[in-house]
Design a protein. Structure first.
Ligand SMILES: [Zn+2]
Length: 142
């Protein structure tokens, strides 16, 4: 018996595909847990939330990005990835927790836009509100 082949052109990942955030885990066992299902929006650490947000950017999961953005800094809307944009990978440089509800994650994300490689180096601040980690804002180290 042959397995069905997914020929869908959208960006949804097969749940057994390696997670785009680079942990080496399958998507369903990694960021997929926080994107939907019983543990929706319940990333256990700021780093897990940051990874799940990177993967959400890769997958154009704009609702998830808005839902995990602190209400004080959340934009009204987000735009989907432009055609020809390809996310290339995530490297988490450091994860530091200041107290139970405040943490920072420094990371480098790489993507290619219309053939041009770009690199985002950011130290993001995260706050835990009502038990859920949220993205607050970011600084851009030199
Ligand atoms: Zn992941």
């Amino acid at each position: 018996m042959s397995r069905p082949v997914n020929v869908s052109a959208n960006s949804q990942l097969d749940t057994s595909t390696a997670c785009p955030c680079g942990t080496g885990l399958a998507y369903a066992a990694c960021c997929g847990r926080w994107h939907e299902g019983a543990q929706h929006l319940q990333a256990l650490t700021a780093e897990a939330l940051m990874r799940s947000r990177y993967t959400a950017f890769v997958q154009d999961k704009l609702d998830y990005l808005l839902q995990t953005w602190h209400p004080d800094t959340r934009p009204l809307a987000l735009e989907r990835n432009p055609p020809g944009c390809k996310w290339l990978g995530l490297h988490v440089v450091a994860h530091a927790q200041q107290d139970a509800d405040h943490a920072t994650v420094e990371f480098i994300a790489r993507r290619r836009d219309a053939g041009r490689a770009t690199r985002l180096h950011e130290t993001s601040r995260f706050v835990r509100l009502d038990g859920r980690w949220l993205y607050l804002d970011g600084e851009f180290p030199a």
